[in-house]
Ligand binder design. Structure first.
Ligand SMILES: [Zn+2]
Length: 346
């Protein structure tokens, strides 16, 4: 679904707009109305380069990105442009206005998506005219698109862009941020129209629809990150260590009341073993030993069946180091009962 988007969709100026805003640059102002030497063309060029780079990065790593890669950034005009910094509001050295905002998982800031489906993003500190806060205000007044990095687990962030600052609330020391234009989040439906949502940009119905969709996906992403981290990014059955090929499988399906998206109901599995687990080709007993279904064990076939399925029979699974993250025995027992029913029926 990654696609090239035009500048006007990104909220970046089209050629006609640029001439207009070019003339409107003047002196710095904490109200965010104006800024010394703000060159909208240059700003748009860096922003677009950052968005393009993030699109390439997510096509390699998925939507959840490692912090060190973001801090390293990309190169433009032989200069390194990091896209995150030590503070939540970040402006690279070659820009005048912030490029990104970040929330850490359980960070010091009480950031949350409110009932109006906007993200409340706390000011930096208590001073509304601090340069970071003035910078976000300037981005709001000039409709400059930003990247939002949502911390899911330590050092890993879900990237969403473009997002827009749409409100400033000095009384609560916060900005409100609209995320529903973030077509590059991996969180939103590919085609809201097809599902009957009113897709008028910025419309209440559209925002409510895409944000409820996004919340569900966000929970799924968080579950995946926590489970993969607990299993040290390897398949619990075969130890394959490529995150791109790993899933966080639910031991009890998430549609069921007991199927909570908690690590103790999860297990990291490669694609093959996820499918084999879901289809009861094998099970993990409550003592965490792998059992392959009898009829599958007897089958004669090539090396994949022999090594990747039959070869697991009787072996222990890889366990998370932390006991609280290991699969709950009662959850495994419930799942194993179903496996026995399926095995008996064959
Ligand atoms: Zn595997």
């Amino acid at each position: 679904m990654r696609c090239q988007v035009s500048l006007s969709i990104l909220g970046l100026p089209t050629i006609g707009d640029r001439r207009r805003v070019y003339a409107a640059t003047s002196t710095v102002d904490p109200r965010g109305d104006s800024l010394v030497d703000f060159d909208r063309n240059h700003d748009a060029r860096v922003r677009t380069a950052a968005f393009d780079w993030l699109a390439r990065l997510t096509s390699l790593h998925g939507d959840v990105l490692p912090r060190d890669r973001l801090a390293q950034g990309f190169e433009l005009d032989q200069r390194r442009v990091p896209v995150v910094g030590p503070q939540g509001i970040f402006k690279p050295a070659l820009m005048e206005v912030p490029l990104s905002i970040t929330t850490a998982p359980k960070g010091p800031y009480d950031d949350a998506i409110g009932p109006d489906n906007l993200l409340r993003y706390r000011y930096r500190g208590m001073d509304p005219s601090h340069r970071d806060n003035a910078g976000l205000r300037f981005a709001m007044n000039n409709e400059l698109p930003l990247v939002y990095f949502h911390g899911i687990v330590p050092s890993r962030y879900l990237a969403m862009w473009p997002v827009h600052v749409v409100g400033d609330e000095p009384e609560s020391l916060a900005f409100s941020i609209a995320l529903d234009d973030a077509i590059h989040s991996g969180l939103f439906p590919d085609n809201p129209e097809a599902l009957g949502a009113d897709t008028v940009k910025g419309g209440e119905i559209r925002r409510e629809y895409v944000m409820s969709f996004a919340r569900r996906r966000l929970h799924q992403r968080a579950f995946r990150e926590r489970v993969l981290r607990a299993y040290r990014h390897q398949c619990a059955l075969c130890r394959l260590r490529h995150s791109e090929l790993l899933d966080a499988a639910h031991i009890l399906p998430d549609a069921e009341p007991e199927g909570e998206p908690v690590v103790r109901n999860g297990i990291a599995l490669c694609r093959l073993h996820h499918a084999a687990f879901d289809r009861f080709f094998l099970a993990v007993r409550p003592d965490r030993i792998i059992e392959v279904r009898a009829d599958v064990l007897e089958e004669v076939d090539g090396p994949t069946l022999r090594h990747a399925i039959q070869g697991l029979h009787g072996k222990p699974i890889v366990l998370p180091t932390r006991v609280v993250e290991q699969p709950a025995r009662e959850v495994l027992a419930q799942r194993y009962e179903r496996f026995l029913e399926v095995a008996l029926a064959r």
